[in-house]
Design a protein around this ligand. Sequence first.
Ligand code: ATP
Ligand code: MG
Length: 397
Amino acid sequence: MEDSKYKSFLIKYAEIGVKGKNRYLFEEALVKQIKYALKKVEGEFAVRRTDGRIYVDALSDFDFEETAGSLQKVFGISGICPVVHVEDEGFEKLCEDVVRYIGDVYPDRDKTFKVAARRARKNYPLDSMQLNVELGGVILDAYPEMRVDVHQPDILLHVEIRDKIYLYSEIIPGPGGMPVGTGGKAMLLLSGGIDSPVAGWMIAKRGVKIDAVYFHAPPYTSERAKQKVVDLAKKVADYAGPVWLHVVNFTDIQLYIYDKCPHDELTIIMRRYMMRIAEHIAQETECLGLITGESIGQVASQTMASLAATNEVCTMPVYRPLIGFDKMEIVDIAEKIDSYETSILPYEDCCTIFVAKHPVTKPNLNIIKRHEQNLQEGIDELVEKALSTKEVIVVQA
Ligand code: ATP
Ligand code: MG
């Protein structure tokens, strides 16, 4: 069917337990995110809520693929149905419209179907049952190769009688999840790797708004490495709305640790300072948790003992949605959300320069804490300076 025939999209959403007041908040957040996603799409749209449904109406010409693609990045949407509007000019005309719709949308008509009519405007002369029967008959007359199947039809044709008449049968899958904004906010530790953007995406999918913090170490890490992180934040922002990215200059802290602590413990101590600083920013920005891309056993700093040592400095919950994932499973999601190509660009991230040849894999917390004592003299000042010089970049979809 010619794209321009579609005049609106019916947005389907499904989450068990979304009832009462929660339902209202869910829908409100969903509408907000839909509007946000459509801002960058060419064309004019109105998003409206009627009878417990959400419609996106096109008020101008629009690109079908681009519009549907943007809606496919709005968490909370389970399906997107492109809707054809026809004028109500009598039942005869409706029969013609329905036959044309089937003819246009389904070039291959060796299919079963069922009509599901809904009379939302009660003064229409035929009721839903009559519409189902009559329109079913009209379709069979026009296309004898089609058959009716009321249980598992290939095509479920919805006919909704409103001020206009809506016809739809196609469902484009949405991303599922919960609308961003219904679940509070969390701080993502975002590096230039494959894992952390995926971790942020997974938590955002549950309705959580995402802020991010990136520790960079100029001149050991380049501007291009930083730009890469901004680009990755944008991949998350494509789904989750604007991402406030806090860029913290970590160089002096890293050098200080390098100077004062055993090199095989460098990564762990550094990670502990990252978590401390991230938690500090998270508290200031009303985040309720931290998110990392850690997965058990992936590298020395992600053994159970290392994770325990890193975790020990935080009082906020730390969400690690990839904890039980294999690399391949993470890569699959990274490809799906289009972050993979950016993640594998070869720029140094700040951990790779200071890693020891043989980092401890079973850090002893008491020993780590003892060695952190070596930092006593200067670390507070350095942390304060890192916080006061941080840069905030608002990354839009
Ligand atoms: P990723 O692919 O996400 O970079 P990784 O496999 O490289 O992860 P690590 O370098 O051990 O693993 O980092 C573990 C987690 O710590 C990352 O997933 C990320 O959440 C956080 N992290 C690491 N480096 C940084 C950084 N420079 N800035 C912010 N967060 C970081
Ligand atoms: Mg990394």
